[in-house]
Design a protein around this ligand. Structure first.
Ligand code: PMP
Length: 355
């Protein structure tokens, strides 16, 4: 579509906005394109929301203190080391404004595709460090004297970087005051969390979300963990944009979801069991499947283009994600859905690949 620039500011004209995975409503789809959970949120979420309804005439707590206290206790931190925002995308956007605007920021060149868009929006000198041919991240390449952002486990590759590498990066970034942001959107599904490093590194910010493991993508709740100077930096930006980014229903719902650790563990266990089974079945069909530490797999077939497979699945009502560029165009990123959904997908792939 042609962009109408007549009314736009110079800032808006120059932007190339992020295109999220589609959420179509024209028919029933097996939606495996945005890494949502196939399971509903914890059972206590509904009652927690209902309890907030009589108080909706009032503005919410701008600092979401009850939620932050819960998250702090769960992660072994203090409440002033937690910041809650409207989805982790918003937390990331505020972090770019607070810590990276006007500076140089290094990132792997294959990672969450929202980072370069935030960078452009906030005037960040964003430098992309190539990942290896096997898509692994070389942490040494990110040790070049600047702030660093990375998703761990990474998207869309599903690969995790060991904690020793994250510690090395945090140490390298430490002086003089460069922030290392580790986006752990997929942390509950594998890899090693950087949260235990926060006590030692005041330059480390870890960002997490309720959109994946907690089954609350529709609620929009993300959070950041770090020492108080970084948390205050996020609040500084927030209070120049929107003092109440997390509504009171979302605060209560997220707290209920966070506190039901048994339900979370059970959901994650189910997703991991399905992932193991699905990845094994893909490999048996001849796919190359990267070792996933997330709730999705990244896979390619040597005899079928990614474009053809994606289109064939779509015609059969299955949405999966593919990323442009010669390195990735033949790879499919397939979210882990319910066992029944994945069985349907496997039957389709079987028919496509062994007709
Ligand atoms: N980080 C990564 C690596 C992601 O894949 C996503 C989901 N697209 C997000 C952050 C944003 O998640 P949300 O805004 O739903 O918390």
């Amino acid at each position: 579509m042609q962009v109408q620039t007549k009314y736009l500011s110079p800032l808006a004209v120059g932007l190339a906005p992020y295109v999220p995975g589609e959420q179509p409503t024209d028919r029933r789809y097996i939606k495996l394109n945005t890494n949502e959970s196939p399971y509903p949120p914890a059972p206590g979420v509904l009652a927690a929301i209902q309890r907030q309804v009589p108080g909706l005439a009032l503005y919410p707590d701008p600092d979401a203190r009850a939620l932050c206290r819960s998250l702090a206790a769960l992660h072994g931190l203090a409440a002033d080391q937690v910041y809650a925002g409207n989805g982790s995308d918003e937390v990331l956007a505020f972090a770019f404004a607070a810590f990276f605007a006007g500076k140089t920021l290094l990132a792997p060149d294959l990672t969450y595709s929202f980072y370069p868009i935030f960078a452009k929006f906030y005037g960040v000198d964003y430098r992309q460090i190539p990942v290896a041919a096997d898509f692994s991240i070389d942490p040494q390449g990110l040790c070049a004297g600047h702030a660093v952002i990375l998703a761990n486990p990474n998207a869309p590759t599903s690969l995790a970087l060991p904690l020793a590498n994250i510690r090395h990066l945090a140490r390298h970034c430490h002086d003089p005051g460069r922030v290392l942001l580790v986006d752990e959107a997929y942390g509950p599904f594998g890899g090693e969390s950087a949260i235990p490093l926060i006590v030692d590194f005041d330059n480390l910010l870890v960002v997490r979300t309720f959109s994946k493991a907690h089954g609350l993508a529709g609620l929009r709740l993300g959070y950041a963990l770090g020492q108080p100077a970084l948390i205050d930096g996020l609040r500084r930006i927030r209070d120049c944009v929107n003092s109440y980014p997390v509504d009171s229903l979302a605060q209560a719902a997220a707290q209920a979801a966070a506190e039901d650790t048994d339900y979370l563990a059970d959901t994650v266990r189910k997703v991991l069991a399905t992932r193991t089974r699905f990845a094994g079945a893909l490999a048996a069909l001849g796919f190359t499947v990267l070792p996933s530490a997330t709730n999705f797999v990244f896979a390619r077939h040597p005899a079928h283009s990614g474009e053809a497979l994606q289109a064939a699945l779509r015609r059969r009502g299955v949405l999966v994600r593919r990323f442009p560029g010669t390195r990735t165009e033949d790879w499919l990123r397939i979210s882990i859905g319910s066992d029944a959904d994945m069985d349907e997908v496997l039957a389709m792939l079987n028919a496509l690949i062994r007709p």
